[in-house]
Ligand binder design. Structure first.
Ligand SMILES: Cc1cc2nc3c(=O)[nH]c(=O)nc-3n(C[C@H](O)[C@H](O)[C@H](O)COP(=O)(O)OP(=O)(O)OC[C@H]3O[C@@H](n4cnc5c(N)ncnc54)[C@H](O)[C@@H]3O)c2cc1C
Length: 400
């Protein structure tokens, strides 16, 4: 499609600005709206290894991303008294720490800085109504104004409300039985350049990670049978976290004492999004709104970057948006299928409820970090090509 289009993208985290990057360079007129009134800075480290990194390289953003590297040295496992009992340095088998350690908020900021001069960003804005015609989509916003676009994209993440407006019947969720919470707490002198993992009493998982300013980031996950949709306001969310960390030990009290330190406090159920189609008429989904694999897979961000590259590339290449959405769907599915397996046993393993279960897990962590286990992993752990696991490769498009 060589004709310039007027495109609305809703959601300014990773998928939205990454799509805006490509579309604006292909000559489209892009408006990007974000529900939050301020730019969202929250989140811990996100993974961009493999083909996600390949997309970053094509975008020419490697250096800017490297400048934001958290320089984390590896991961430490803590004992019941909070002392390190084992370490997995960066690059070791089973280590969380990769070569490209960047915070979600820093990556979003890099993408925003790359696109804000060419796109119309509107914070504090969301879609309240949407009606499709043969020649365009008429959108009503939360301030009561209306505007017509050629195409509308939801990059609103796992809980996308515009997706509910347009495609409610096409979407299923797979709740993984766990809630996750991300926010920042003040850094302390004893915080090191190592991520620290602590298994709390009662079945909670706490991960503290270094950043390059005066803070430490926190991830807490805890099991919960029911997915409670009423937990939407900050008060109920904080209470839920307090209940989960009550008497959990280790860094739990420090975390609870700093619940109000970070305005971008995030707590939500870990769910996967399953959909047999990602588009309806002139409306299309991308990123977590389309296929959220959950943070357990580490694939949310690379898939958002890959999806943005392919959706923009197909819109440029195909003669109609209908053909572009169909080939985007066909080309993207194998990447999603290869990156979304989460075994319930992994979730149970990471959240032992009994003292015995926690003790066994700490023995496993010690064993994993031993020189012998690392030798065995390196020798027999398989040799997936880092840039292309499962042999998948990115389609090639004419460079904008
Ligand atoms: C604050 C935050 C922290 C996160 N932290 C981590 C982390 O530490 N580790 C990890 O693996 N993943 C994290 N994630 C998820 C991760 O960003 C995604 O899995 C992945 O990068 C795909 O991103 P996405 O842009 O598709 O969706 P998301 O990152 O979920 O972004 C969706 C964006 O849309 C906005 N939005 C939602 N609803 C509307 C609406 N109705 N109208 C307009 N805008 C809307 C949201 O405010 C958000 O900015 C976090 C997400 C957020 C929003």
């Amino acid at each position: 499609m060589n004709q310039s289009k007027k495109i609305l993208i809703s959601g300014a985290s990773i998928a939205g600005p990454a799509l805006a990057f490509w579309l604006s360079r292909y000559g489209d007129k892009v408006t990007l709206i974000e529900r939050s009134k301020t730019f969202r800075t929250g989140g811990q480290n996100v993974d961009i290894e493999g083909l996600g990194h390949e997309v970053v390289r094509m975008m020419g953003l490697e250096e800017k991303i490297e400048a934001k590297n958290t320089r984390e040295k590896g991961v430490e496992f803590l004992s019941g008294s909070g002392k390190p009992i084992a370490r997995l340095p960066k690059g070791a088998a089973g280590s969380l720490t990769s070569s490209y350690e960047i915070l979600r908020g820093d990556l979003a900021r890099v993408l925003y800085d790359e696109t804000r001069d060419d796109c119309d960003y509107r914070l504090g804005t969301s879609i309240t109504g949407l009606s499709q015609r043969d020649d365009g989509v008429s959108v009503t916003f939360n301030d009561g104004s209306s505007e017509t676009f050629d195409l509308v994209v939801s990059a609103e993440g796992v809980g996308s409300s515009t997706r509910q407006l347009v495609m409610e019947d096409d979407i299923r969720f797979r709740y993984l039985g766990v809630y996750a919470c991300y926010f920042r707490i003040p850094r302390r002198p004893e915080d090191k350049d190592w991520a620290q993992i602590y298994h709390g009493k009662g079945g909670s998982f706490m991960l503290l990670r270094p950043v390059h300013d005066g803070d430490t980031t926190v991830l807490v996950t805890f099991r919960r049978k029911q997915f409670d949709t009423s937990d939407v306001d900050g008060v109920a969310q904080r209470k839920m976290l307090r209940d989960a960390l009550q008497g959990a030990g280790g860094p739990a009290d420090r975390i609870l004492a700093n619940l109000d330190h970070d305005p971008d406090f995030y707590l939500g159920p870990m769910s996967q999004v399953i959909s047999s189609t990602w588009s309806k008429g002139r409306f299309v989904l991308t990123g977590d709104a389309a296929w959220c694999p959950s943070a357990y897979t580490g694939q949310g961000t690379p898939l958002a970057l890959i999806g943005a590259y392919i959706l923009a590339g197909e819109l440029k290449k195909q003669s109609t948006h209908t053909a572009a959405f169909a080939s985007y769907d066909r080309l993207m599915r194998p990447f999603i299928a290869s990156g979304r397996t989460v075994r319930p046993s992994l979730i149970r393993l990471l959240h032992p409820k009994t003292r015995l279960g926690i003790g066994v897990l700490r023995i496993v962590e010690k064993a994993l970090s031993s020189a012998f286990a690392q030798f065995v992993f390196r020798r027999f752990g398989g040799g997936d090509d880092e840039a292309s696991p499962n042999g998948l490769t990115l389609p090639k498009y004419e460079r904008p």
